[in-house]
Structures are given as structure tokens and as C-alpha cells.
Design a protein. Structure first.
Ligand code: KG4
Ligand code: ZN
Length: 352
């Protein structure tokens, strides 16, 4: 079954064609990074406008590159949340129009669930339960994957996402955008023990994070220290604090939940120190670590189309009243879209 996936939740306009939830025939991503660069972060209004400008071309490219025609598409899967409301609306409106025009089923996808599914595109066999860590500019989420489609949210950031903290710290230090790769690179030559920044954890909250305090600590350090250490040391020390909290909480969760795998997703999965630390903690133990290729870690539509196949088989489809949900929560899934395989069927429009 050929599914077209559409993703516009943040600053990437993406479309992909995936066969049977597994074989990626095309995966087109139009990044807007250069338009947001001058502002040091994603500007929601710009994101929506740029999505509108390119979405048609991105979808056409995805179909062409797959070597098929629109007639071959059997369903459309689209991200409807969480994300930027205006940005999500572009993808959802486009998907609805196409579904209506072609009389195709419309499958609503939770962006975070798709980030977890991304790993299945490369590793179809993952032993569960797993702890999934979705870390990007917009998310810092720790999720227990009981089975594909059955999740429990363990914790999340209470303020800034980890990637957002990287971007804001880099902006403050005048390093450029996006800050994650720049800080990661600088940190290689820095001393990660030079400055002991606070770990972004929350008292009495075992699996939640708070990255705003760490960002403020770095800003305060540069403001109040007369002779600050070289920027490499600041970068390495910041990174150590940022990664330390993630790794220790994930390992605690693995133990508490008797998990046998760790799944990483989101743009921060590219971070070299995070990978190094997770590798070190899992090597020689009965815990498998799964990190998809970077193109599948960052926002893409292959993960939307891939997950769409399973949602379709589970009967999860929407009529044309589908709306975006920018704050879509993990807890809501079970209620609204049900588990894979046992989901209740959503209303189907008369014209399907
Ligand atoms: O998944 P993504 O492309 O977009 C969303 O935010 O949804 O992730 C982008 C984020 C940015 O905040 C960027 O600074 C961060 O991922 N990032 C990194 C690294 N590469 C990208 N953060 C830390 N280390 C990296 N190597
Ligand atoms: Zn994302």
C-alpha cells in the first residue's frame, strides 16, 4: 500500500511516499533554516508562510521521485499535532484538499509518535518495552513504548526543549544558528569539567526536565564572570550538563521499567556526547540502543507515511473535519485514536 506523508509541524516542509509502512520510495525535505537564522530561532509566522510557498512543489517532488503518479497513492497521512498551529494548518489543509479531491482516506498522525516510529523504518525488529527519548528544538520527551501504538508518557521538559536551550545559548554566545551542531563541535576541544552548571532536572519529579535554568546559568556565568573561560569550555560544560540529565534519567527509566531497548529521535539525537554517553552506558549490558540515520531523526515525512500505514490498518482515519492540535498530548492518544490494532474507527466522510 502506497501512502503519501505530509509534515509541516515546525520549520521543515516535508512529503514522502512509503510502501507498506517500511519501504521509503521518496523522502523530500525543504528546510527553512536560512529564513529563521537571522532571528536565532524559528519564527512561527515565517514558518507558515514558507510552508505555503513550497508545499505543492514538495509533494509533487515526493511523488515524482517515488516513480509513481498521484493515481497510485492510496491514502494520505498528515501530522496534525503537536507543533506550531499556523505551520500545522498548512499541511493539514493541503492533505484535506488532496484527500477530498482524490477521494482518498485521510490519516491523522501524532508527530511525536512518528518520531518514535522513525526507528522502525530502519530497524523493524525492536525488542520491547523500550524507553524512547525524543529530543529536538521543540521536544524533550521520555516515553515508555510498551508495544507499537501503546505508550506511557514518563516525563518531559517543563519549559525549554533541549534543542531550544542549545539554540538560545548559542545565540547568547554569538555563535550562530542552529546552535546544537555548533556547540557540539566547539565542545570537542573544550573542558567539560571547567564549569559545573546545574543539571536540568526537577526536584521530586523523576523523569521531567527543565532546560530554562541551565540556559540562564550559562547567561549569568558570562554576565557575572570578569574573565570568562574560553567559549569552548563554556560549550563543553553546558553540553555536559545538558546531556548528563538526559542520560541519567533515561538509564533510571530503563531500570525502573525493566526496558530492554532505548530509542532515540529528534534533531538532538545527532549530538556526539549524547551518543557517546548512551553507548557507554549500554555497551556490555542487555540493552539495545537504536538511533536512526540523521535524516530520519530530524523532521521528515517518511516517518509520517510509515506510521500512517499502521494507523490505517488499525482503522484510524479522519473525515474532513480534522483540525490541528498544537498541544496534542501523549495521554490523549489512547482516548482519541486508540491503540494500533484495536482502534475505534473515526467517522468517515460520505464522499470517501
Ligand atoms: O528535529 P529538528 O530538526 O527540528 C525540531 O526542532 O523539531 O531538531 C533541531 C534541533 C535544533 O534545536 C538544533 O540545535 C538541535 O536539534 N541539534 C543539535 C545537534 N544537531 C541539531 N543539538 C545538539 N547537538 C547536535 N549535534
Ligand atoms: Zn520533530
Amino acid at each position: 500500500m502506497l501512502i503519501l506523508g505530509i509534515e509541516t509541524s515546525c520549520d521543515e516542509t516535508a512529503a514522502a511516499v512509503v510502501e507498506d509502512g517500511q519501504h521509503i520510495l521518496s523522502n523530500i525535505i525543504a528546510s527553512q533554516v536560512k529564513f529563521h537564522e537571522p532571528y536565532g530561532g524559528v519564527v512561527p509566522e515565517i514558518a507558515s508562510r514558507k510552508h505555503i510557498e513550497v508545499i505543492n512543489q514538495v509533494v509533487v517532488s515526493a511523488i515524482n521521485e517515488a516513480g509513481i503518479t498521484l493515481n497510485d497513492i492510496e491514502a494520505i497521512a498528515v501530522t496534525y499535532g503537536p507543533g506550531l498551529v499556523g505551520a500545522l494548518l498548512v499541511g493539514v489543509s493541503f492533505a484535506k484538499a488532496l484527500a477530498y479531491g482524490r477521494r482518498l482516506p485521510l490519516i491523522p498522525i501524532n508527530h511525536l509518535e512518528a518520531h518514535i516510529y522513525a526507528v522502525y523504518l530502519e530497524y523493524p525488529q525492536i525488542n520491547l518495552p523500550a524507553i524512547a527519548l525524543v529530543v529536538s528544538g521543540g521536544h524533550t520527551e521520555m516515553i515508555l513504548v510498551k508495544e507499537l501504538g501503546v505508550y506511557e508518557s514518563l516525563g518531559r521538559t517543563k519549559d525549554d526543549a533541549i534543542g531550544e536551550a542549545y539554540d538560545k545559548v548559542a545565540k547568547w554566545l554569538g555563535l550562530g544558528y542552529p546552535g546544537g551542531p555548533i556547540i557540539d563541535q566547539l565542545a570537542i576541544t573544550g573542558n567539560r569539567e571547567a564549569i559545573r552548571f546545574p543539571r536540568p532536572t526537577i526536584k521530586h519529579s523523576k523523569y521531567d526536565f527543565s532546560y530554562s535554568g541551565l540556559k540562564t546559568a550559562v547567561i549569568n556565568y558570562t554576565k557575572t564572570t570578569h574573565h570568562p573561560l574560553p567559549v569552548e569550555d563554556i560549550a563543553a560544560s553546558f553540553q555536559e550538563a545538558a546531556v548528563d540529565a538526559l542520560v541519567s534519567k533515561v538509564m533510571n527509566a530503563v531500570q525502573d521499567m525493566a526496558a530492554v531497548s532505548i530509542i532515540l529521535g529528534g534533531g538532538v539525537a545527532a549530538n556526539s556526547r549524547l551518543r557517546e554517553q548512551l553507548n557507554a552506558k549500554t555497551t556490555g549490558k542487555d540493552i539495545a540502543l537504536y538511533i536512526p540515520s540523521i535524516v530520519l531523526c530530524t523532521d521528515n515525512a517518511a516517518m509520517i507515511a510509515g506510521l500512517g500505514f499502521h494507523k490505517y490498518n488499525a482503522g484510524n482515519r479522519s473525515d474532513l473535519s480534522l483540525d490541528v492540535n498544537s498541544n496534542l498530548k501523549w495521554e490523549k492518544w489512547g482516548e482519541k485514536w486508540g491503540k494500533m490494532g484495536t482502534a475505534r474507527k473515526m467517522g468517515t466522510a460520505p464522499y470517501f
